[in-house]
Design a protein. Sequence first.
Length: 285
Amino acid sequence: MVTLSEMTPEERAAALGQAQPEPPKASQLNQVDQVIAVMSGKGGVGKSSVTALLALALARRGYRVGILDADITGPSIPRLFGLRPGEVYGSALGILPPIAAEGIKVMSINLLLPDEDTAVIWRGPLIAGALQQFWTEVIWGRLDVLLVDLPPGTSDAALTVMQSLPVTGVIVVTTPQELAAMVVRKAVHMARQLNVPVLGVVENMSYFICPDTGKHHQIFGPSHAEEVAAAAGAPVLARLPIDPQLTARCDVGKVAAVTRPEIEALVEALTRTAAAPAPRLTVTG
């Protein structure tokens, strides 16, 4: 047996280097209590804005919240919060997600691109690999809730998230049109086939409130939320109105400036619904 004193300086350096333990990985440091996916059957229903508003409402109640933007080819979460490409940094432990309004941690492919107009032209395996990296290599730290903004439909990305991440439940976002309701039922069936609980249904753009009269107008026709909820075996968590102010704020990255009572009601309903079958959402110190 050769001792350290008998080794050459080069041999000692090599031996000591081999003896040093590897630094921990991000996935070993993260502690995420609940992973809730937000999904829809088709695009354009406001799923990302619902995700952002829900994250803000939870954060304002004291929850530690993160958003994983799983829409690799059509990400919009960074724009909603006013985050720009290049605001992501790395360390020996992993990727440091930028902190948005109310302390929300955000990770999105758009934050890694040269500019937000750069197209991501990837096949399924590359998208799946990126999503897995967003879960295992991002330093999420201690979170009460990680919201995953899924791409619309039942594509590879949605399948990867539900099979690779410990998803505790999904929230389904739809709009009043029958076409949207028909397509979103496919997403509901996907979640059920993968044994992922549907926590509830959110109907966005459900009505418009006339600013002059206060009267509600169903611009996109009568609601189908109850039908979708029945198919999901879950409650209707909220019906959200068409809000021009929200649209304007989202376009300029100021979603945090918008508060709506319907979102607060959504959080109340979610915290009740999440008690079964998923663990209750609780604020921890």
